[in-house]
Each structure stands twice: as C-alpha cells, then as structure tokens.
Design a protein around this ligand. Structure first.
Ligand SMILES: [Zn+2]
Length: 494
C-alpha cells in the first residue's frame, strides 16, 4: 500500500488548511472524533477506546512522546500523528489515495494505517471518518452510522430512526418503518422492481425509477455493520422469474460494479435470450406476463382484421414476445413484419400471390392488411359475375366499365371516363354510362351531338347493366351490346 502513495506538492491551500484545522480541533478535544453510543454495550466499548486515546492525548504538547506513540498501531498511533501535525503548523505534504470513487488527500505522520489517519484528518466528513473505526466495528460487533453531523454507534441490529430518515431523503425513497420504496411499488403489484435487503432494512424500487447509481453502494458508504455482506442481498421482482430464470450479476452489483438499472437490464436481456432459446410462447407487456397468446388477445379487445392479423402473428411466432405497449397493434406487428408479414397476409387473404404483391417489409402492416382485404373482397365479388376469356373490343369495353363499377364503385368509373374514348361507338357508350351515373351534364361538351343523342338512347341499358345481379349480368350485357348496334357475339361465359 505504501508504494501506491504519491506525494503532491501543489495541494490546494484550502485542503491543507482544513486538515490542519481539524488537527487543532482534535488537540483541543479528541472526543470530537468518537461516535456517539446509542446503547449500554456500545457505551462501554467507546469508553474503553476513549481512555486508550486519552493516554496519548495527555501528551499532546510533548513531541518526543507523540513521535513514540506514532510508531505504534491503531487509532492511538493515528491520534499521535495528528497531534504532531497540530504541533507543527507548517503546510504538510499531502498524499493522495482513492477511497471508493473519491480522491482523498491526507498527511502521513508516523506508522499508523492510512485509513485511520484519513479518518481523523477528515473527522468532519461523514464517509471518511468511518474508516478509522472499521477494525473496532469488526472486533466488537459494533455498528456505525455516519451522516451529516451525526456519527452514531450501536450494538443493536436495527438502523437508527434518524438514519433511516436521512436515507429516505438521500436516495429519494418513501420510508415505511424499515422499508424504503419508490411511490410506484405499492400502487401496482404487477410492476417489476429491484429488491435490496440490508440487514433489517428492505428497499424496493420499480423498474422505471431505477437510475445510474448503485443504491447499496450509496447506502453502505454511510455505515459500517459487522458481517454486513452476510445480511445483504439484491434480487429482482418480476413475473418472468416463474419461468425457471435466475437473477445473476448479484456479486458484481453488490461490489458496486454496476448501477441499479444496469443490474436489472442485464438480467432482463439474459432472461429474454433464455426464454427465446426455449421457445416459450409467452407475451410480455410492461412487466405483465401472459401465459399464452390467447389470453393476451382476450385482454386486447381488438376487432376485425387487426385481431386476425395479430392472432396469425402470435400463432406463427415460436418465441416469447416482448412489448412496450399493448395498445399499438401496428407497432406490435411492425416488430415482426419483416419475418412474418407475408405469411400473415397470405393467411388473411388465402391468396399467396396477392400477399406477395402487397407485402412490403418496411411499410405499415395495418395499411397492407387493409389493402389485401380490399383486393380479396373485390376478387370475391367479381367471381360471382360471369367472366369472359376473350371479348371483342366493344363488348370488352362495356364489360370492363361495368365490372369496375361493381367492384370499385362510381368514382373509379368516372375517373376512367374522364377522357372520352376515341372510337365513335365507344364514345356514345361512355356518354350513356355518364348519364346513368348522373355526371353527363358537366362532361357534355366533350361529346358531339350524335354521340349525345345515341348515348341518351343507350343510357337505360347502361343503368340496367350497372345494377345487374350476377345472374342477370350476361343477358343485360348482351342487350346493351345489341342496342348499341354492335355486331359482336358474346362467347359463352367462362
Ligand atoms: Zn417507481
């Protein structure tokens, strides 16, 4: 340890001054460094220590004696060292060491352990002053609690009330007797949380409140409790744990190597991987676990195609599903769309070719579902009507317009007819359709007089065809065609 000490000649004056000032104060009254006992047993322990220290302190002006004392061990030696400091108020060289995550400076005097020298020279620092009493705590089974202006010791298993109040504000958790909790823990039993046990103290913090600090580390720097490790545990509350999962990284966490959040999230990632490799078909939504996809769907209250799509997805995905928000169906589908989208569309439409055409791995799943269902609906509708393999030109023209109307409606036909055809006969027929759809007046200027007159004659037949039932269609098409004066034969319907 001695090798690691490095001397810093340019220590800031204020730091040197503070260390000297503390030495002066100890010279005036050494009991200032002692923890305040809370019970009889601890009172006895502190009294014994006090009388040992007093034997050194008596010689506080005797440099020769102090130098002799400072060659020894223990807190007495450190006290002698600090009193030497007080007797030679020249700015001391300071050594620096790392204590936890802090850089600490102190003056080396005599042979005392650095922890004890640091403790006395920084007796006004709640975290550092504990260092000098760790041995005593271990030997005498004494618990130390040090915060702000308080330095207490006790032989009881309980944490002092005042200290619990301090912790509650310091780590910002609500206190309930010997428990500290974030406000969400009791509000919702399903919520996942981090659970810490420190002897009689229990701490629970929900997943959302977990931060970048290590709560155990944040607490234990203010305490020294014999065998605390034996009575310290950290674990996680999560419904996932019933799937034979284990909480790992405990040791790393308790050694302060990771933050609360890291501890939780690393475990979570491992659990996810394990459940995935086992092919567990559960659905996880913000801490709530559904044992099977069916119970999740029941809870969703979805309707129509979205529900069907999700059903298909859930029956196809042979791994656990983890969701942030169950309400956003499109987002759920999107997570899995690249891998499962085409299969879902195929199953929904029963038409793999159509599904392949509509499928877009990066597009909106809900929009694709809508598209595929619309096309399928049209195909179904049109399949009830006669279909013709090869129609002569005019017949095909009439058939196409009528079929567009039947499957896609008026607007679609009007957009097809927005430019009049070139052939005269087709033009009259187009005008007849416009009349039947009530849009002739505004398009009249596009047609010649003869075309208009013939179109007016044909409009009744056009209307009849547009409103045909599947079984009437063939006859009505034949009639329209012959009234148009077209000498075309309709082949037999296919
Ligand atoms: Zn919370």
């Amino acid at each position: 340890m001695r090798k690691r000490r490095s001397f810093v000649k340019t220590a800031p004056k204020s730091l040197e001054k503070r260390i000297l000032d503390n030495a002066f104060r100890i010279k005036e009254d050494f009991t200032i460094i002692l923890p305040k006992p809370l019970d009889e047993r601890s009172q006895k322990i502190i009294n014994k220590l006090k009388s040992r220290l007093e034997k050194v302190w008596e010689f506080r002006d005797d440099i020769k004696k102090l130098e002799k004392f400072s060659k020894g061990k223990g807190l007495e030696s450190a006290l002698a060292g600090v009193l030497l400091l007080a007797n030679n108020p020249k700015a001391p060289y300071l050594a620096r060491v790392k204590v936890g995550d802090r850089d600490v400076a102190y003056a080396i005097r005599g042979k005392a352990e650095k922890e004890k020298l640091i403790s006395l020279q920084h007796f006004d620092d709640p975290v550092l002053r504990i260092l000098g009493f760790v041995d005593l705590s271990r030997k005498k089974k004494l618990s130390l609690f040090s915060w702000k202006d308080n330095f207490l010791c006790s032989c009881s298993d309980e944490f002092p009330e005042d200290f619990l109040d301090f912790l509650s504000t310091h780590i910002n958790l609500k206190r309930e007797d010997h428990a500290l909790k974030c406000p969400h823990v009791e509000a919702n039993g399903e919520r996942e949380s981090l659970l810490i046990k420190l002897k009689s103290l229990s701490i629970e913090i929900c997943r959302k409140c977990l931060g970048d600090k290590n709560t155990v580390f944040e607490i234990t720097k203010y305490i020294c409790i014999p065998d605390l490790q034996k009575y310290t545990d950290v674990t996680i509350r999560s419904s996932l744990l019933k799937y034979n999962l284990e909480v790992g990284y405990k040791e790393d966490y308790l050694m302060g190597k990771m933050s609360d959040r890291e501890f939780f999230e690393r475990n979570f990632v491992e659990w996810k991987d394990k459940l995935k490799s086992e092919g567990k078909r559960i659905v996880y939504v913000e801490g709530k676990v559904y044992e099977d996809p069916a119970s999740f769907l029941k809870d969703l209250d979805l309707k129509g195609e979205e529900k069907k799509a999700l059903e298909i997805l859930l029956s196809n995905v042979a791994e656990p599903i983890f969701l942030d928000d169950k309400r956003k169906v499109n987002l759920i589908l999107k997570d899995y769309w690249r891998d499962y989208g085409e299969a879902i569309l195929t199953k929904l439409s029963g038409d793999s070719k159509l599904a392949r055409n509509v499928f877009d791995p990066s597009g909106s799943p809900v929009a694709q579902i809508r598209d595929v269902m619309e096309v399928r609906e049209r195909i179904k509708m049109i399949s009830e009507y006669p279909s013709y393999k090869e129609l002569p030109p005019i017949a095909r023209f009439i058939d196409e317009i009528a079929k567009e109307y039947i499957t896609r409606g008026k607007e679609k036909v009007l957009s097809i007819l927005s430019r009049p055809p070139e052939e005269t006969r087709k033009r009259s027929i187009a005008y007849a359709f416009l009349l039947a759809l009530g849009k002739a007046e505004e398009r009249k200027w596009q047609y010649r007089r003869e075309e208009i007159e013939f179109g007016e004659f044909l409009s009744g037949y056009a209307m009849k065809l547009l409103n045909s039932k599947p079984e009437e269609y063939h006859e009505n098409l034949k009639l329209f065609l012959s009234m148009s004066g077209v000498d075309e034969d309709l082949e037999n319907e296919q």
